[in-house]
Design a protein around this ligand. Structure first.
Ligand SMILES: [Zn+2]
Length: 176
């Protein structure tokens, strides 16, 4: 992470100044996010810019990029889920303000004058995680030695097309 990156910022003041930050952060440092990851090694890249829009609202735009390691809910294996998300936020003090925002823009409530900069990055990554992460069909390899697969099968009703183990083994061999 860039050493000049402040932890807490006043977004309204930064919007007036037109401040911008970019850097990287270890995923393991983002506590809420890393709980949802199978493996929290790696980093997120971000760039965040504060500005005033034509209605003098404090706005935040930016980009967040990371390769998240999620657990495939089908085979329970690791899957890399690339996130490349754009932020478009408006700083609001009361919920009513949110109603006046453009549709493309999400409110971020800042009652006091402090916002944790990395919360913006973390929230964006959490929002990007699918509810039921799964490999693409062709990329999924079920671990047949893992008894947890049986439990998973009962929860999934769309596994009727489950390949037989020998077909999977053959597929693994042909990948090499
Ligand atoms: Zn899978």
């Amino acid at each position: 992470m860039s050493s000049r990156l402040p932890e807490n910022v006043d977004p309204r003041r930064l919007a007036t100044q037109g401040a911008a930050y970019s850097g990287t952060v270890d995923l393991a440092k983002l506590g809420r996010l890393s709980e949802a990851l199978l493996d929290a090694t790696g980093q997120a890249e971000f760039s965040i810019e504060f500005y005033r829009d034509n209605r003098n609202r404090a706005r935040i735009k930016g980009l967040v990029k990371a390769d998240l390691v999620l657990e495939c809910q089908r085979c329970l294996g690791a899957m890399i889920y690339p996130v490349d998300a754009g932020l478009d936020l408006a700083v609001v003090k009361v919920p009513e303000e949110a109603d006046t925002l453009p549709e493309s823009c999400d409110p971020v409530w800042v009652e006091e004058d402090t916002l944790r900069l990395l919360d913006l990055v973390e929230d964006e990554l959490i929002l990007a995680i699918p509810q039921v992460p799964r490999h693409e069909e062709h990329a999924c390899s079920i671990d047949w030695n893992n008894p947890a697969d049986e439990v998973q099968d009962e929860q999934e009703d769309d596994l009727s097309d489950k390949p037989n183990p020998f077909a999977v083994l053959a597929g693994l061999k042909s990948d090499k």
